[in-house]
Design a binder for this molecule. Sequence first.
Ligand SMILES: C[S@@+](CC[C@H](N)C(=O)[O-])C[C@H]1O[C@@H](n2cnc3c(N)ncnc32)[C@H](O)[C@@H]1O
Length: 468
Amino acid sequence: MRYLPIFLDVRDTSCLVIGGGEVAARKANLLLESDARVTVVAPELGPTLTRMATNNQVEHISAHFAIPHLDGRRLVIAATDDAAVNALIADHARALNLPVNVADQPAAGDFIVPSVIDRSPVVIAVSSSGASPVLARLLRARLESLIPSAYGNLGQLIEKFRERVKMRLPTAARRRFWDQVLQGNVAEMVFAGNNAAAERSLEQAINDAGDDDTRAGEVYLVGAGPGDPDLLTFRALRLLQQADVVLYDRLVSPQILAMVRKGADKIYVGKQKADHAVPQEQINSLLLKLALEGKRVLRLKGGDPFIFGRGGEEIEDLMAHGIDFQVVPGITAAAGCAAYSGIPLTHRDYSQACIFVTGHLKSGSIDLNWAQLCQPNQTVVVYMGLTGLATLCSEMIRHGASEDMPVALIEKGTTAEQRVFTGTLSNLPERIANEDVSAPTLIIVGEVVRLRDGLNWYKRPLKEANNP
Ligand SMILES: C[S@@+](CC[C@H](N)C(=O)[O-])C[C@H]1O[C@@H](n2cnc3c(N)ncnc32)[C@H](O)[C@@H]1O
């Protein structure tokens, strides 16, 4: 992040705006909305600032900027139409340790003024770090339409009862309580404009709270998808935002981890192939222990938790101890890699079935039903098959598959680093030998691989995609 986002209390402090035009008027207006006292320095004022000065909303000093104007100010905004004057103002403000913003020249000042969505007490500030104010405004417009204005009323209601809830409930129970309020009927009543009923319902909820403080937590077994954070489900995102602790795997991307609620504990329990960092039994008992402590535990796994993910084992212990849990499916690597490499897993003409297998090598061999894998008109997707690729190809040929059967190997599918290698059962191992391929990789075997020539879309320049 180039800038530190903070919300500054300027209530009843003296802030200086230099400039008389419309940009200066917008900045002055924002300061007034934050209850600052605003002085405007400019030889002449445009229509908006003239009106504000006439209404005594701002004090007007009719002059060119001079250093004494900075005396006793909380912050300064330089908004003249002369870049050199703005730079000079910034220098003088800095010499006095006054935070200064230079309108339309973010680099010349110390802070930038974000686009604001005001649902006071809830305020959302959007910034592009000065890179594109237009983009920030566009995002603001989107958020404006997504966030009902009643969120302001909801914020006020919570503010009113916050201390009472704090006195009544310990931290973890408190967070759960507010989650329920914000996602339950109290919020719905506020959104429907029924504030009095919402307040009564909240009072009742506070009176009833605390009766079940000793209850165990719950576990969410969540699929994080194959890598691209956009492939996360809405439910996964919501649960990431409300978990107390997140246990995550090696395959979960940093962008997805960044969506975990700030303040939640993140515990890495990833397993390397050769080095079982945290044994499965230990993960199972950690999940149970945390849930018994009353926490909301989110177990985040790459892809889908029930596909080569040992997700079933992880919830068996929870079942046995009566812990509440839910399973949130994720996009499995096969679906993600196939889509992002332009290889449909089934096709009316080439493949009427699709088999998912693990290509994990055990003592140099792979234990699979080869006869079944070599049937015609089907697609075979191999997870964890990179080390065993040569064995996989030779065994399939030995069991009757054509040497020319197309094969694709997708490395880090759906991410910005995705690479796709294609070949046949007889030549793919050799083709990738010097490519420094690293896990995770997925192998797709079948005639459908040929379709990639026409359907490959990911990371293709737009022009080329439009005029193939
Ligand atoms: C332990 S399995 C977990 C599979 C996961 N539960 C799923 O549904 O995708 C790990 C294997 O999934 C495959 N995999 C996961 N993410 C991948 C990705 N982004 N690109 C290619 N393969 C991936 C690789 O074969 C990797 O070795």
